[in-house]
Ligand binder design. Structure first.
Ligand code: DC
Length: 240
C-alpha cells in the first residue's frame, strides 16, 4: 500500500468513534489511538496548574513543554490505555466532567493544535493504526487510505453518553444532551468530514455492524491497492 495503513475515524462527541476504533484495532491487530486524549491530557495539566484557559500564549507554552505519552494500559482497571503527562499517570482524570467542560477551549487554540497534530502525525506515519478524532482525515492524516466520518443524532448520542458514564455524569439525560450540543458548537471548527470520507450514521447500527461495515471497506481498499491491474495478492496480508 502506498500510504501508511491508517484508518481515520472522525465525528462528533458520542457518535461511537471510540467504540468502533477500539474494536477495529483489536480485530486488525493495529494500534488504537484516540487523539482526543491528548487534548484532554493538556486540559488536565492546565487545570492542575490553574492556567487561564483563554490565555493562548500560556497554552502554547504548555503544549510545547508537556510530554504526553499514550501507552498500553499499565493497570488492569478496565482502561483502554494509560496516559502520562510529564511522567504522571493522569488516565483517571481524563473523563472527569470538569475536563469535558473545558477541553474545547484548549483544543480551539491554533498553537495547541499545531503541536499536538505534529505529535499525532508522527504516530500515524508509523502505520497499522486506527486513529480517532475530529480532524484525522482532514488535517492529521489527509492521505489515510480509509476515512470514516461517523454521525448520530443528538438524542442518540446523549443516550449513549449517559449510559456510559452514569457515575461521572449523574445528571439527567437532558443535561447530557445540552452539554453535547454545547461541545458540538465549540468543536465546530474541526467538525468537517474530509471530501473523500465515507459517512456512516450510527443511529441504528450496533458496534458490531459498524465494525463489519468498516472491515469490508478496508478489505476493498487492500484489494484495490494490491492489484490495480494484475490481481496479485495484497501486501501485507489483508484483515481476516
Ligand atoms: O473525542 P473527545 O471528546 O475525547 O475530544 C476531546 C476534545 O478534543 C474535543 O473538544 C474535541 C477535541 N479534539 C480535536 O479537536 N481534535 C481531535 N483530533 C480530537 C479531539
Amino acid at each position: 500500500m502506498q500510504h501508511p495503513a491508517v484508518i481515520a475515524i472522525d465525528g462528533p462527541a458520542g457518535s461511537g468513534k471510540s467504540t468502533l476504533g477500539a474494536l477495529l484495532a483489536r480485530q486488525l491487530g493495529y494500534v488504537y489511538f484516540d487523539t482526543g486524549v491528548m487534548y484532554r491530557a493538556l486540559t488536565v495539566v492546565a487545570l492542575q496548574q490553574q492556567l487561564d484557559l483563554h490565555d493562548a500564549a500560556a497554552l502554547a507554552t504548555l503544549a510545547q513543554r508537556t510530554q504526553i505519552e499514550v501507552l498500553h494500559p499499565t493497570i488492569a482497571d478496565g482502561r483502554q490505555y494509560t496516559v502520562l503527562a510529564n511522567g504522571q499517570d493522569i488516565t483517571p482524570e481524563l473523563r472527569q466532567p470538569v475536563v469535558d467542560q473545558h477541553v474545547s477551549f484548549v483544543a480551539i487554540q491554533p498553537a495547541v493544535r499545531s503541536e499536538l497534530v505534529r505529535q499525532q502525525r508522527a504516530i500515524g506515519t508509523r502505520g497499522q493504526v486506527v486513529m480517532v478524532g475530529r480532524d484525522i482525515g482532514t488535517v492529521v492524516m489527509p492521505d489515510a487510505p480509509l476515512k470514516i466520518y461517523l454521525s448520530a443524532s443528538l438524542p442518540e448520542r446523549a443516550r449513549r453518553r449517559h449510559a456510559q458514564h452514569t457515575q461521572q455524569h449523574p445528571d439527567a439525560l437532558e443535561r447530557v444532551a445540552s452539554e453535547l450540543a454545547r461541545r458540538d458548537q465549540l468543536d465546530a471548527h474541526v467538525l468537517q468530514p474530509a471530501s473523500d470520507a465515507i459517512l456512516i450514521n450510527t443511529d441504528h447500527l450496533s458496534p458490531e455492524e459498524e465494525v463489519e461495515r468498516v472491515l469490508a471497506l478496508w478489505r476493498q481498499e487492500y484489494t484495490a491497492a494490491a492489484c490495480p491491474t494484475t490481481g496479485s495478492p495484497a501486501q501485507p496480508h489483508p484483515p481476516e
